[in-house]
Design a protein around this ligand. Sequence first.
Ligand code: HEC
Length: 267
Amino acid sequence: MASRSLWVLPLLLAACGTDNECVTPQGCGPEQLCVSNRCVGTDVEGDPRALYASEFRLRLDTECGICHFAGANGKGVAPGDGSWRLYSGADLSADEIEASWQDVQDFVKPGDAVASLLLTYARGEASIDPERDGTKAPHPAVYQSVENLSYARVIGWLSLFELPPLPAAAPPGEEGYGAVIHGLLVQGCSCHTAPERAWKIAGPDPDAAALAESYAATTAWVSAADPEASPLLGYTRGEYGHSAGRIWAPGDPQYDLIRDWIRTTGP
Ligand code: HEC
């Protein structure tokens, strides 16, 4: 009888929830964080979207939310308005989590986590103009080195994003713009979906009129005779003092697709 009751004890303890490994990182090893009462390292496995909902929206809310919550900086900006915004707080509706998830993806570089815009800004390598009056200042350097385990874990999460399959080429002109190029630009250049930009494009899934306007706005910055000399690609490479730095370089599949489309398109 005695041995049998000893065997039951661990089960009872588990049922009471006392198997929590940690409540704070202090309860874990030196290279570990406490996530959902488990000690974890900086490598991340699983589905990036599910992990956003369970962990990373809260992590980003803690580290960035004070300036990036929906409506921050008195601009009334919400997710989807060209800036990066998230809904703040632990108790969000499914719609708020989904809108925040849609927004964060525009600042991720699949296949090159460290070069994601989210991190370029958070390392203080991009400049901002919060008053929109031409006064540029560096973004606060929230993340400075991977010794910040939270930064290292965000890199681990961003490494899970995969590049969606891209076609080998886009058809020339407006057709290829609508079918391929606009989607790439929205993902890589989402700041330019905000109304006040000199080069401005519509957000995802535009109607025909907004698409035609975006096509015209984009072709004003390209040169078919010498695609690499197109200002659109120069800014993409981080030239002309582009405040967000480099987005894509030659050899990146998006860059090469856009360059080849410019060559066949004009003006
Ligand atoms: C102290 C305030 C502050 C903190 C903290 C902060 N940011 Fe920002 N961030 C700004 C401001 C101001 C801008 C300029 C544009 C704006 O008003 O949204 C900006 C812009 C950005 C942008 C460019 C897109 C945009 O919204 O214009 C990204 C991406 C970004 N921040 C990422 C981050 C990340 C990731 C963190 C946390 C790790 C973070 N920021 C923390 C103030 C902050």
